[in-house]
Structure formats: C-alpha cells, structure tokens
Write a protein that binds this ligand. Structure first.
Ligand code: CA
Length: 225
C-alpha cells in the first residue's frame, strides 16, 4: 500500500485529506509544520508527499528544497498545495523540484487522480495498464493527462482536460453544468455555471474541426455523443 505524507497546518483540511486518502486505499502520515515535515519524510520515507506551502516554522518551498537536495529523499515525489493567492510560490515550487501542484480548493477526486498520476509517473516499474478512452478521432490518456486528436497532441489546460475526461467517461449522457462544476472545480468552488460554458468553448476550439464532438443540450448541459 502506498504511503502518503500529508503536510498541512490547517486541521480541517488535514483531516479531510487524510480521511479521503485512507478511503481510497492509501496509508497516511501527517506533519503539521515545515520542520516536522522534513523529519517525518526522512523517518518514514513516504511514496509521495502532499506539501502545503504556507506552513509554520518552515514554509513548503523551503521544505521542498531541502528534501529535493537530500540524496535520501530527492526521489520522493512532491505535490504542492497552494492557495489561489500564491501564484508566485507555485512557479517557484515547480522550480524547486516539486512534481505537481494543486490549487485550493480542489476536489478530492482531483486530488486522488493527481496523486495516482504522479505515482505512476514516478514508479513506472509498478505501472499497470494505462486508462485510455478512445472515440471518433480522439484518444484520451487519463493517466498521462494527454489528449491526441488524429494522432497529434492537443494542449489542454487542466480544467479543460478534466471536463473532456468526465464527458468522455460519461459518453452519451447529458451532464448538467452544476454537476460539471462540482466534479471539475470542486464542491468548495464558488464559481458560476458560466465558468463551465467558457471552458467548454475553449475546449471546443481546441478539439473540434466541424464534427461537433461536444453537444450542447439547451437548458441542461453538455454531452459527448
Ligand atoms: Ca497552510
């Protein structure tokens, strides 16, 4: 079983993540500040670290730097957890060697998917069959977060990818905007359903040539035929 070290100083977020990861079959360990994070990482050698940026004693960026410059821990993948206002730190985090990042608030589904994706990327030898969805001229590789159209890679943002993925998984079903908002943006997201429309529009520009892959069902939502 994979062990995830969760580094987070906010109790309720920590508990939420811990509870859900354990429900998804992960072992968890926790650290509540930057000093404890480095100690625990060295002590238990987790398979992955979820690392909040704003932490007491030592911030996540510094923790990441320390772990990535230590031979013992440098190969442990790190997913940084950032708040929306920490745009700068996010970039810095990736420069420090973090493997991925998630912006709060995120959905648990998204968190678990990202953990699995990073784990697969990191531990290729343990990799099982990749999950791939194919339809029309498209291939969606869920694990690699990659979309091919007529064999060519399509560059999608994370949200566009998540939207396409959920529509493709539910091919033939109409998904309403609120459902898509919850699934892709998370239950804590205070956005409007118009957000969904905007992203669908961008997505269409990228994946459609006149074949209308994504169908608008007026007053309801969207579906892939
Ligand atoms: Ca924090």
């Amino acid at each position: 079983m994979h062990k995830v070290l969760i580094v987070e100083d906010e109790d309720h977020i920590l508990e939420l993540i811990k509870f859900n990861l354990e429900n998804n079959g992960f072992n968890t360990a926790i650290a509540v500040d930057g000093v404890e994070a480095v100690e625990k990482a060295n002590l238990i050698m987790p398979d992955l670290i979820l690392l909040d940026i704003m932490l007491p004693k030592r911030d996540g960026i510094e923790v990441c730097k320390i772990l990535k410059s230590n031979n013992k821990t440098k190969d442990v993948p790190i997913i940084m957890l950032t708040a929306k206002s920490e745009e700068f730190d996010k970039v810095l985090g990736l420069e420090m060697g973090a493997d991925d990042y998630l912006t709060k608030p995120f959905s648990i589904r998204e968190l678990v998917a990202r953990i699995k994706a990073v784990m697969r990327r990191t531990y290729r030898d343990r990799q099982t069959d990749e999950e791939v969805i194919e339809f029309e001229d498209m291939i969606i590789n869920i694990d690699k977060h990659m979309v091919l159209k007529k064999g060519k890679k399509v560059e999608l943002t994370l949200k566009e990818f998540e939207l396409l993925k959920i529509l493709a998984i539910n091919k033939g079903k109409v998904l309403n905007r609120n459902f898509l908002l919850d699934e892709v943006w998370g239950y804590d997201y205070f956005g409007e359903t118009r957000t969904v429309d905007v992203h669908i529009r961008h997505l269409r520009k990228k994946i459609e040539d006149n074949n209308g892959i994504i169908e608008t069902v007026r007053g309801v939502g969207y579906k892939i035929k």
